[in-house]
Design a protein around this ligand. Structure first.
Ligand SMILES: [Zn+2]
Length: 250
């Protein structure tokens, strides 16, 4: 029962941070301040009232429309708030501890969530947020030197993969943003698990990329969402994936 209270509290806290992530996702790529002015409707400019700003619930009260001009508000906002709440709960469930590493791990994954959505929107991610995630990840567990070392190795590995693929395809493969994210992966989960996460991310990405080919659309597939998702899965189930690695390589 006590635990349930903690989880509910963390979900509310996480979704409130998700509400802030929505501001970050909207404003950072446009070069706007994330602190002021307060949120307003992009169409009519009406200030969002405090009770309409309550994560998830605010959107439901409004029925997904601006209270002033009736302009529809994307369902993406409550979805990101929900995911952020779930993230806060899952990370606590994994770490069983509310300490500095909980805060850093949550902030890192929350930043990766924001980067994923921005990559979906723009097919590029801002260096400011990307480097923030990387820097946070250096401190995500006690052995900071090891984390930095793993980040550098992954940055090197993915840069090398990029050289190979670009050479074979005769065009630029993978963005610079993906390389920094690879560093974040290395710092968070180490080199071995990062390689597994890289494999999982590439594997999942095959399906939408075939779909794009099939539809004959000239679209670039954003890769950060796949990297971020795979990193979280491997981080969360690290015991299982270390076991898998041992089965394959002894
Ligand atoms: Zn409005």
């Amino acid at each position: 029962m006590e635990n349930l209270t903690v989880y509910i509290f963390l979900f509310i806290l996480g979704s409130a941070i998700g509400s802030f992530l929505n501001v970050v996702i909207y404003r950072v790529p446009l070069g706007k301040s994330i602190i002021s002015p307060p949120s307003s409707c992009p169409k009519c400019g009406a200030r969002i009232k405090p009770w309409h700003n309550i994560p998830i619930i605010g959107w439901l009260i409004l029925g997904g429309r601006c209270a002033e001009c009736n302009e529809s508000i994307s369902i993406r906002y409550p979805i990101i708030e929900f995911f952020s709440g779930v993230l806060a709960v899952l990370i606590f469930y994994k770490l069983k501890n509310f300490n500095i590493f909980y805060i850093i791990d949550f902030t890192t994954f929350a930043t990766l969530l924001a980067l994923s959505i921005i990559d979906l929107d723009y097919k590029a991610v801002p260096d400011s947020l990307n480097l923030l995630a990387l820097t946070l990840a250096f401190f995500s567990s006690p052995d900071i030197i090891e984390n930095i070392k793993n980040a550098l190795l992954m940055i090197g590995i993915v840069s090398l993969i990029r050289f190979y693929i670009s050479y074979i395809l005769k065009k630029e493969a993978l963005g610079e943003g993906d390389i920094i994210v690879a560093g974040t992966m290395g710092a968070l989960i180490g080199v071995k698990l990062s390689l597994i996460a890289l494999f999982i991310a590439s594997f999942i990405a095959i399906f939408p990329s075939f779909y794009i080919r099939y539809k004959n659309k000239d679209l670039e597939l954003p890769f950060v969402p796949f990297l971020a998702f795979a990193t979280f899965i491997v981080w969360y189930f690290n015991d299982f994936f270390i076991h898998v690695w041992r089965i394959i390589y002894g």
